[in-house]
Design a protein around this ligand. Structure first.
Ligand code: NAD
Ligand code: UDP
Length: 312
C-alpha cells in the first residue's frame, strides 16, 4: 500500500488509538490530533517515540492547518455518559469538527472518512437497519446532541462532496468494544466486565431486553481501512458492525460466565430514548469492501477481559 500522511482526529481515544497502530503498521506517517477530552495519552504512549507518529493536542472545533493525504475524523465523545456531560460541546465537536476537517480536505485534496454511527438510526422501527433507512430520532432528547450532531456531520460531508468535490467516505459504526475502552466511561461492555472482575453488582438498565450488536475493535479497524481505500466514487454511507444481536441481559450472563464472577444482576431505570434494538445489515460492506467481521462475541470478550484484568 502507498505510504500516506494520515491525520487521525480523536486518535488518542479507544478506536482512534487502534487505528493509529494499524496505520503505522501499514507504513504510513500518522498525525494524531486529540484534545484528550475522553481520550488519554496512555492509549498512545507506546507510539510517542515512533518517528512516524506525531501527537498534536488540539480541539477540532478550531481550524487546523497541516498537510496530509487522508483524514479519519473520529474526534467526538462516544459514550452516553461523556457526550451528555456537555451536550452543547458535543454538538459543536460534531458539527464544527466536521466543517474544519472538511475545509482541510478541500484545501489539501485529502480523502476524508467520517466516523458516523448507528445512532443516526435513533430507535429504529425497522430491523436490521440498512443504510437506506432514514432513522427515527428524537430531536430534543438527552441523546440528541450526539445523534443529531452526527446526522448534521453526515449532511456536511455530502454537501462538501457535491459542492466542492471533496473525496468523502462515511462509515456508520455499530457498538464496538475491545481493549483500551475507558474503564469509567459507562459503556455496557466495559461496565459489565469491570463490575464482574471486581465482584460488584452488574447494572442492567431497564429489563435488559434491549439488544445491541457488538463488533470487536480489530474487525472494525479492518473495515475502516478498507473503506478509506475503497474505489473512487464510493462514498458510503456504509454500516460496519457485527450482525450478531444480543440482549443486554444475555451479555451480562456471558460476561459472568467468562469471568467466573460471583456478581449478581441488579436492575436500574432505563435512560430515556435508549434504543430498543439495533442490528446492522452489512450487505453493502460485503459487496463493496469484501468485509465482514470474524471475531464473534465470546472470543472478543475473552480478549477484552484479558485486557481489563490487567488494568482493573
Ligand atoms: P473515545 O471517546 O474513546 O474517542 C473519542 C476521541 O475524541 C477521544 O480521544 C477524545 O479525547 C477526542 N475528542 C473529543 N472531542 C474532541 C475535540 N473537540 N477535539 C479533539 N479531540 C476530541 O470514543 P471511541 O469509541 O473511540 O469513538 C471514536 C469515534 O467513533 C467517535 O466519533 C464515535 O462517535 C464513533 N463511534 C464509536 C462507536 C463505538 O461503539 N465505540 C460507535 C459508533 C460511532
Ligand atoms: N447499559 C446497561 N448497563 C450499563 C451500561 C449500559 O444496561 O451499565 C445498557 C444501555 O442502557 C443500553 C446498552 O446497555 O441499552 C448499550 O449501552 P452503551 O452505553 O454501551 O451504548 P449505546 O446505548 O450508545 O448503544
Amino acid at each position: 500500500m502507498k505510504k500516506n500522511r494520515v491525520l487521525v482526529t480523536g486518535g488518542a481515544g479507544f478506536i482512534g488509538s487502534h487505528l493509529c497502530d494499524r496505520l503505522l503498521a501499514d507504513g504510513n506517517d500518522v498525525i494524531c490530533v486529540d484534545n484528550l477530552f475522553t481520550g488519554s495519552k496512555d492509549n498512545i504512549r507506546h507510539l510517542l517515540e515512533n518517528p512516524y507518529f506525531e501527537f498534536i493536542r488540539h480541539d477540532v472545533t478550531q481550524p487546523l492547518f497541516v498537510e496530509c493525504d487522508q483524514i479519519y475524523n473520529l474526534a467526538c465523545p462516544a459514550s452516553p455518559k461523556w457526550y451528555q456531560k456537555d451536550p452543547i460541546y458535543t454538538f459543536q465537536t460534531s458539527v464544527y469538527g466536521a466543517m474544519n476537517c472538511l475545509g482541510l480536505a478541500k484545501r489539501t485534496g485529502a480523502r476524508i472518512l467520517q466516523a458516523s454511527t448507528s445512532e443516526i438510526y435513533g430507535d429504529p422501527n425497522i430491523q436490521p437497519q440498512p443504510e437506506s433507512y432514514w432513522g427515527n430520532v428524537n430531536t430534543i432528547g438527552i441523546r440528541s446532541c450526539y445523534d443529531e450532531g452526527k446526522r448534521a456531520a453526515e449532511t456536511l460531508f455530502f454537501d462538501y462532496h457535491r459542492k466542492h468535490d471533496v473525496d468523502i467516505k462515511v462509515m456508520r459504526i455499530f457498538n464496538t468494544y475491545g481493549p483500551r475502552m475507558d474503564i469509567g466511561d459507562g459503556r455496557v461492555v466495559s461496565n459489565f466486565i469491570v463490575q464482574a472482575l471486581r465482584g460488584e453488582d452488574i447494572t442492567i438498565y431497564g429489563e435488559g431486553n434491549q439488544t445491541r450488536s457488538f463488533c470487536y475493535v480489530d474487525d472494525l479497524i479492518e473495515g475502516m481501512v478498507r473503506l478509506m481505500n475503497s474505489r473512487d466514487g464510493f462514498t458510503g454511507p456504509v454500516n460496519i458492525g457485527n450482525p450478531g444481536e444480543f440482549t443486554i441481559k444475555k451479555l451480562a450472563e456471558i460476561v459472568i460466565e467468562l469471568t467466573g464472577s460471583g456478581s449478581k444482576l441488579v436492575y436500574e431505570p432505563l435512560p430515556s430514548d435508549d434504543p430498543t434494538h439495533r442490528k446492522p445489515l452489512i450487505d453493502l460492506a460485503k459487496k463493496e469492501l469484501n468485509w465482514e467481521p470474524h471475531i464473534q462475541l465470546r472470543e472478543g470478550l475473552k480478549r477484552t477481559i484479558e485486557y481489563f484484568s490487567k488494568v482493573v
